[in-house]
Design a protein around this ligand. Structure first.
Ligand SMILES: *Cc1c(COP(=O)(O)O)cnc(C)c1O
Length: 249
């Protein structure tokens, strides 16, 4: 069952990404660097261990290893939210929210520095995406006050802010947008793919309805994994169960 080293090399041609003698200066993508505890766990998990062995149908509620504690206790605390879950990446968190809160043909407003995964998530839900333009060259800043006229004009079902964006590292006034979202009563997604795990950030402090992190970018791990925090009022809509499989979201 297990692939021997030589087998692996034969199939892959060996690991092409030689990095032993280099220092990775890219500050945003260090999620794959293991802590000593994680390295120890990895050795244990390496020989075919699977969390599914202990799964009763719901990944978030596995008690050994303590995923349940992580998802239901540590993660909401860490994200500053009431309810949290884990997803297949930040992109899937965005899709989950958009798919649950909107219908095809409806409109959302996002910042002009949005990541492409915001667009492809919206495309999967068949949404109209209106972008708040940035100031353009050279700073590409987003003034969150510019959301207001677009909210008034388009009546979006959701607004989204990228914090920070991946190209310029701009940190728009996310808190101010929280006030605007409350004023217009529109659910607010904070895409913190590059903030969560990298800098202090709490959803309740910002006043967002949702916070998204990318576990394999900045936060925690090497696997394709994301985190999604939300206000309790969205739990029943977002984490609703399948009619046919009652322990499956
Ligand atoms: C990479 C990235 C995403 C997507 O994250 P995944 O976890 O890979 O889905 C979303 N937003 C920003 C700003 C990113 O850089």
């Amino acid at each position: 069952m297990g692939m021997t080293e030589s087998n692996y090399a034969k199939i892959t041609g060996g690991l092409k990404r030689e990095h032993k003698s280099f220092i990775n200066l890219m500050p945003l993508q260090t999620g794959g660097i293991l802590t000593d505890a994680a390295r120890e766990a990895l050795m244990e998990f390496g020989d075919g261990y699977s969390v599914c062995d202990f799964c009763l149908g719901d990944l978030s509620n596995i008690t050994n290893p303590p995923i349940k504690k992580f998802v239901h206790e540590f993660l909401p605390q860490f994200l500053g939210c009431e309810v949290a879950t884990i997803t297949h990446g930040a992109r899937e968190a965005k899709f989950t929210i958009m798919h649950s809160l909107t219908k095809p043909g409806e409109t959302i407003v996002v910042d002009g520095n949005r990541h492409y995964t915001t667009i492809v998530a919206a495309e999967r839900v068949v949404l109209n995406v209106i972008e708040v333009p940035s100031s353009g060259y050279p700073e590409f800043k987003i003034d969150v006050n510019d959301y207001m006229p677009l909210i008034e004009k388009h009546h979006p079902k959701l607004i989204l802010l990228t914090y920070p964006d991946g190209n310029y590292g701009n940190l728009p006034d996310a808190r101010r947008l929280g006030k605007i979202a409350a004023e217009y009563d529109v659910p607010y997604i904070l895409n913190g793919a590059y903030a969560v795990g990298r800098m202090p950030i709490k959803m309740d402090d910002v006043g967002a309805d949702f916070i998204i992190g990318s576990a394999h970018k900045s936060m925690a791990s090497a696997g394709p994994c994301g985190v999604l925090g939300m206000k309790e009022k969205w739990e029943d809509i977002l984490l609703r169960k399948s009619a046919l499989y009652q322990n499956k979201e």
